[in-house]
Design a protein around this ligand. Structure first.
Ligand code: AMP
Ligand code: ZN
Length: 483
């Protein structure tokens, strides 16, 4: 596989460190609020990467943190503590907030077919690991104690900026007014490893440490959690592009100073999902979440397809029209897979090899998911039997995660029931989409009408109306639309 490595800023051949295991680490969510669909773009692409590596035969061990402490609203160790902010907003404890939003995050992931990593570790579980690392950094002169906090001394490094060619002067640009500069720092980029002088008197979570009672900085958690579960080296580290600086830059600084050798070989960054008017936000504009997509009648997997249609290293604009188009494409795709019927024919191995090669070429070139979707259409068009096509589609869908086989089976089943109710009775959606639950209800209404049970038929019509679905009787069927 070829991967664009943000650290070398080149496309490189992927060579794992060990023959028997591939170590992958992903920065997890800060659980102070719902994830927006931008955050989830990153997790979708990372999920495709993990599944493609497994599809290619690697034995992947993937670890992800849950940030439930220490992440301030500004990445520069300034601003408010995000978790405390969430707790205050909802009049709950920090731990209640963490539990609620961690559950919400995994519920979103399940709807998007994002597999849970092998290890999911809350930052608050690993305080001893951070203390061990920070102690060594203090002992070896990479860290210093000032004004009650422990800082990493970036001037001790030969090279600090890994992902960009910033200078300290560049970073002064754009510093928000009203944010007080931390005068304890020896260098502008020094960052906090351990806070004891919390700016937040009411900081709920604190632990004893050799430097006083306090809590860890954000960056140290990913180094600590990765080393706890994956040891002293790492093959691939992923996150959204905003994590490259300062978060990942600081992770490298502290990890390599602690270890005394190179830590992670490949860094992959997913570019942002933006709205028409700019950055996606949890606090202003429409707060785009998976439950909101569902409320508006979209299948979350249509959003997954929307993400797969573009390359992870390009920013992507979200608007409803784009999602409508993805939804139409998704429904058509399911329709085309549903049109294939298993006939028990022998699988055409030559075709399987040729088709898989196309899929592999696509994802193997820096995870080109849109080309992988093209390879999926190639299967539909390929000159081979339908059993072979269904087998290859199922294999591809393990990586793509679009539930194509499951949804196609459901669609075939609905169509069968439809025929059983009345030979020529058709159920169509005005926008060309399909929804097995709605279709089933319409068929039940038709069956009731046929049995002259008009009360039940009316009850079903009213139930659908209450759910925002309007039915129109047409010759030999029913047309439905969302109102
Ligand atoms: P957070 O919960 O803020 O720590 O972010 C979780 C993940 O989402 C991180 O990997 C971020 O880099 C990523 N992320 C944040 N905003 C976006 C966005 N608009 N598009 C894609 N990924 C994002
Ligand atoms: Zn991280």
């Amino acid at each position: 596989m070829k991967i664009y490595n943000s650290a070398s800023r080149k496309v490189e051949d992927f060579v794992p460190n060990h023959p028997d295991i591939l170590k992958m680490y992903t920065c997890g969510p800060t659980v102070y609020h719902f994830a927006h669909i931008g955050n989830l773009r990153s997790y979708i692409m990372e999920d495709v990467l993990e599944k493609y590596l497994r599809f290619s035969g690697y034995n992947v061990k993937r670890v992800m943190n849950i940030t439930d402490v220490g992440h301030l609203t500004s990445d520069a160790d300034e601003g408010e503590d995000k978790m405390l902010k969430g707790a205050k907003r909802e009049h709950k404890s920090v731990m209640e907030i963490a539990k609620f939003y961690t559950d919400a995050f995994f519920s979103d992931c399940a709807k998007l077919n994002i597999k849970t990593p092998d290890v999911v570790e809350p930052a608050t579980n690993c305080i001893d690991d951070y203390i061990r690392i920070i102690t060594k950094l203090m002992d070896t002169g990479y860290a210093y104690f000032a004004g009650g906090n422990v800082y990493f001394d970036t001037s001790k490094l030969e090279r600090y900026y890994i992902f960009n060619d910033y200078t300290e002067d560049d970073l002064a640009v754009g510093v928000r007014e009203g944010v007080e500069e931390d005068t304890n720092k020896r260098n502008k980029n020094d960052f906090v490893l351990w806070f004891t002088k919390s700016k937040f008197e009411d900081q709920a979570l604190k632990w004893d440490s050799p430097w006083g009672t306090g809590y860890p900085g954000w960056h140290i958690e990913c180094s600590g959690i990765s080393m706890k579960h994956l040891g002293d080296d790492l093959d691939i580290h992923c996150g959204g592009i905003d994590n490259a600086f300062p978060h990942h830059t600081n992770e490298i600084a502290q990890s390599e100073s602690y270890l005394g050798h190179k830590w992670c070989n490949y860094w992959m960054h997913v570019h942002h999902l933006n709205t028409n008017d700019g950055k996606m936000s949890k606090s202003s504009g429409e707060f785009l979440t998976v439950p909101l997509l569902e409320e508006k009648g979209y299948d979350p997997l249509a959003y997954r397809l929307f993400c797969l249609q573009s390359h992870y290293r390009k920013s992507l604009v979200f608007n409803w029209e784009n999602l409508d188009n993805a939804m139409k494409t998704y429904n058509k795709l399911i329709g085309r897979v549903a049109a294939l019927t298993p006939k028990g024919e022998a699988v055409d191995e030559e075709a399987v090899t040729a088709l898989k090669q196309r899929f592999d070429n696509a994802l193997g070139s820096d995870l080109n998911t849109s080309l992988a979707i093209t390879a999926l259409y190639d299967v539909l068009k390929y000159d081979t039997n339908e059993d072979t096509k269904l087998k290859v589609i199922a294999d591809f869908d393990y990586v793509l995660g679009l539930d194509l086989i499951k949804k196609a089976d459901a669609k075939r089943e609905t169509e069968k029931k439809q025929k059983a109710v009345e030979g020529e009775f058709t159920v169509i959606a005005e926008d060309g989409s399909s929804d097995p639950q709605i279709e089933e209800k319409i068929l039940a209404r038709q069956a009731a009408k046929k049995a002259k049970d008009f009360a039940s038929a009316d009850a079903i019509r009213n139930e659908l109306k209450a759910a925002g679905i309007e039915l129109t009787d047409i010759p030999h069927g029913v047309k439905w639309k969302k109102i």
